[in-house]
Design a protein around this ligand. Structure first.
Ligand code: SF4
Length: 417
């Protein structure tokens, strides 16, 4: 979910970012990024593929797909190992797979990942990928470095319908929910890219574009795929799902065995109703009770994100109110000074007020962290680069004489599609 926060807390937990803020003015950002490449919707994008996409399936589901096609169940495990562990793109190299099956594969499955439009690297180590998911739609994925972690912030939807008033993505209506394969694909691309530099993703947070619990089936399916021992083998405890507060679905986070983050962002219902419309459906009491139940069942603390909006949520009395509201929940609170973005009605808090707020929380005994902004030079606030890109329709419209000749096309050749 979330307003992606490309900020990092000042301790080891810093990167579970969520509530976003944004970098500088859009116009300035555009100037800073020469030559945004063209991405042309393809015929394949425009019509749904008739073949199942390998990347959409957890192992057991892939076994069922293959046996349904009359193939041996163990082929699914072989493919998982080749594709996810050995990252082989060439069927001919899958030496323990029979030649007959290899020859049949292109007619059985697609191996389709989102296409990388652009990869940006910040001077502070933050990286950002812009992906084309077809029909002119794009999503963003951000890598946030900290002392001992490289946390990948993945998107779950194109746009978002939650309409949190401080969120840049919330201003972009949801266009569609991502498939599990498109979520897994963000990780696969990032991991491949990092590998070239001898690095690897250590944590994954569902805090990019979209509300993950508005797309629960695909999100939890992607978690299964990421966790599969014969595939990527990513620990569930290194994955965090963040929600704006879809209370009835929080138990699914618990069942999935992953960590929970919640965008709280207000010390009471009155303010939360104003900044997060979802609070009118499930209020703070219901939300925090769901958090408490999660912490009991999971034996894990919940992360509460709290965006500091000047004169709206950053007053000292609100720090006290926030403490009272959350003191019985095993939690850590991430304070996120709001970064102004184009069109926002809110202001960034004064630094001295941020410090006072944090100190008051500490004095009261809260486990509270403060994030510092990262990746400002690469539009680290989720939704911002997408907005820039999609705001240039001439860059997205097909022109008959041109084919995909950009970095996007070059990089998609590494996928198995
Ligand atoms: S509008 Fe959507 S993406 Fe933005 S903070 Fe709210 S839930 Fe997250």
């Amino acid at each position: 979910m979330s307003e992606r926060q490309f900020e990092t807390a000042e301790d080891q937990n810093s990167l579970e970012a969520h509530l976003a803020t944004t970098a500088g003015p859009v116009e300035a950002s555009l100037e800073a990024q020469p030559g945004l490449p063209e991405v042309l919707p393809t015929a394949k994008d425009a019509k749904a593929s008739v073949l199942p996409n390998f990347f959409d399936f957890p192992l057991k589901d892939l076994e069922a797909v293959l046996t349904g096609l009359g193939k041996e169940k163990f082929r699914a495990r072989q493919l998982f190992q080749w594709v996810y562990q050995k990252r082989t793109h060439d069927f001919d190299l899958m030496t323990n797979v029979s030649k007959t099956f290899r020859a049949e594969l292109p007619g059985l499955l697609e191996f389709r990942l989102p296409k990388v439009v652009q990869e940006l690297k910040s001077v502070d180590g933050t990286r950002k990928w812009l992906f084309d998911v077809g029909q002119g739609m794009t999503i963003e994925t951000v890598l946030i470095p900290s002392k001992d972690r490289l946390t990948l912030c993945v998107s779950s939807e194109v746009g978002c319908n939650m309409a949190c008033r401080f969120c840049y993505t919330g201003k972009q209506k949801m266009k569609r929910r991502l498939t599990a394969g498109e979520i897994v694909g963000q990780f696969v691309h990032a991991q491949d890219s990092l590998k070239k530099d001898g690095l690897r993703v250590t944590n994954i947070v569902f805090m990019g574009m979209g509300e993950p619990l508005d797309n629960p089936d695909e999100v939890f399916k992607s978690i299964k795929i990421l966790h599969e021992a014969d595939g990527l083998g990513f620990s569930r405890k290194k994955i965090t799902v963040s929600t704006s507060g879809i209370v009835p679905l929080i138990p699914r986070v618990t069942e999935a065995g992953v960590r929970l983050a919640v965008s709280l962002n207000a010390p009471n219902d009155e303010i939360r109703n104003k900044v997060m419309p979802i609070n009118k459906r499930w209020n703070t009491k219901a939300l925090l009770e769901a958090c408490r139940v999660h912490t009991e069942a999971s034996k894990d603390m919940v992360t509460l994100e709290y965006v500091l909006l000047r004169d709206v949520t950053d007053r000292i009395e609100q720090a006290r109110e926030l403490y009272q509201l959350t003191k019985n929940i095993p939690c850590k609170i991430n304070l996120i000074p709001f970064n102004e973005h184009p069109g926002t009605e809110f202001l960034r808090p004064h630094q001295e007020q941020v410090v006072k707020f944090q100190n008051e929380m500490i004095r009261l005994g809260a486990h509270v962290l403060l994030r510092k902004t990262m990746g400002r030079d690469i539009f680290a606030a989720c939704g911002q680069l997408t907005s820039l890109y999609e705001g240039r329709p001439e860059k997205l419209m097909p022109t008959p004489s041109k084919s995909l000749t950009t970095k996007a096309s070059a990089e998609t050749t590494v996928s198995l599609s």
